[in-house]
Design a protein around this ligand. Structure first.
Ligand code: AMP
Ligand code: GLY
Length: 422
């Protein structure tokens, strides 16, 4: 099989790494990829959101399967364009990708499916939003409806903070048109878990769960980021919770999407709050999490490629995935300054030494090769140092031993990934 993976971050490196191990694979490309991905796939200089160019490449090279990493290309219709060209694509149609593209859509689908979530209301008028906030009281959550690069959510501890969020999002439009509509939600309290299910439009199978660390600094302080580390499986996420989430959230939502004529195929990422009253849905994403994907891929024993194909072909009903009985932990190394402004081009050394530590896999998120062959940082999140162990403590020790073997003065990482579970 010839496969094209779309994207160029740590998640896509982990996907390429897993797909490259498949005996079914004959050729693997990644667009645009990065320096780490180049070790397992042929990188193609096409942007992840250049839909016509991606489809043209896939057609020209007789690609059998396109695998979408990020949500951007999916909300822009990559899967639809592939379908029109007769090419299989792992990932939902643009219509089904609205589960990530629009929070109001998600809440409406979740309510129709009876999936437990936060109490919510939707506003296009700032005054009405402010009145509702007063009525409900704080703490309360204010969200831009559309995509806002993960920055569109304000968990407001006071009414004044919630008012300020309404001003920023709806009136100053700090996220552009994504803020034309806002959702105001009940503030859920508990531990967050990222849960992943592979879906074929009709059937879903559980892929597993992870917990990530969204804040930039130790002790879960500092600004929100795309994720500074993750571990899998989360000790709090029992098999009984998994079965409950599949039965009350994933399966009914899948049925509701099919009933609406927009069946969901791909990986459904449910952001959950594990509350004292059980799991509640916070949001859906229509792709793997990053860095959660890295922690899942190193635990997967089964061949990933047939699983992705079964999802495309509607054949998950009889599918089974095997996992290694291991714990995995990812430490993200980011450029100093991230998630604010940071410089690019600093040199990274010592990755070979890090990769030699038993159980360690280094996934690249934002790297490139300079002309002289040196590895340089090109993004905010730059490396995902991933390790497995028979215990989470062992995985954590291996990951930090690898971090310490890396010589990158321009980077930083959190030193406490996994603290909640240890
Ligand atoms: P989202 O972009 O919807 O994932 O929200 C980003 C983060 O905001 C989540 O990971 C949660 O930590 C927090 N959050 C979102 N909605 C709620 C809610 N209803 N209650 C509490 N926290 C929330
Ligand atoms: N790490 C969370 C995400 O990928 O959205």
């Amino acid at each position: 099989m010839k496969v094209l993976v779309v994207g160029g971050g740590g998640r896509e490196h982990a996907l390429c790494w897993a797909i490259a191990a498949s005996p079914l694979l004959t050729r693997l490309w990644c667009a645009p990829g990065n320096a780490g991905i180049a070790e397992v796939a042929e990188c193609v200089p096409i942007g992840a959101e250049a839909i016509p160019a991606l489809v043209a490449f896939a057609r020209e090279h007789a690609v059998d399967l396109v695998v979408a990493g990020p949500e951007g290309p999916l909300t822009l219709g990559l899967a639809d364009a592939c379908a029109a060209a007769g090419i299989k694509c792992f990932g939902p149609s643009a219509a089904a990708a609205q589960l990530e593209g629009s929070k109001a859509f998600t809440r409406a689908v979740a309510d129709a499916a009876g999936a437990p979530g936060a109490r919510w209301a939707r506003f296009t008028d700032p005054a009405a939003a402010r009145a509702y906030i007063r009525d409900q009281g704080a703490p309360i959550v204010v969200k831009a409806d559309g995509l806002a690069a993960g920055k569109g959510v304000v968990v407001a501890a006071t009414i004044a903070e919630a008012d300020a969020a309404i001003a920023d999002i709806m009136e100053s439009r700090i996220h552009g048109d994504s803020g034309a509509t806002v959702l105001v939600e009940e503030c859920l309290v508990g531990q967050e878990v990222s849960f992943f299910a592979l879906c074929d439009g009709t059937h879903a199978i559980a892929l597993g769960a992870a917990q990530d660390h969204k804040r930039a600094f130790d002790g879960d302080t500092g600004p929100n980021t795309g994720g500074m580390g993750a571990y899998s499986p989360p000790p709090i996420f029992t098999d009984a919770l998994r079965d409950d989430v599949m039965a009350r959230i994933v399966s009914p939502v899948l049925s509701e999407m099919a009933r609406r004529g927009t069946p969901f195929r791909g990986v459904l990422f449910a952001g959950l709050m594990i509350t004292p009253d059980g799991p509640r849905l916070i949001e859906f994403n229509v792709r793997f999490g990053d860095p959660e994907c890295q922690a899942l891929m190193v635990r997967l024993r089964s061949d990933l490629l047939p699983a992705l194909l079964a999802a495309c072909d509607g054949e998950l009903a009889s599918f089974d995935l095997r996992w290694e009985p291991l714990h995995a932990l990812v430490v993200v190394m980011a450029a100093r300054g991230y998630p604010g402004s940071y410089s690019k081009g600093s040199e990274i050394r010592g990755l070979e030494r890090a990769a030699q530590i038993p159980g360690v896999q280094v996934f690249h998120a934002g790297t490139a090769r300079r002309e002289d062959g040196a590895l340089v940082a090109t993004g905010g999140r730059v490396l995902g140092i991933t390790a497995t162990g028979t215990t989470l403590a062992e995985a954590q020790a291996a990951a930090y031993a690898a971090v310490d073997a890396i010589d990158w003065p321009g980077g930083f990482c959190r030193r406490d990934i996994g603290w909640r579970a240890l």
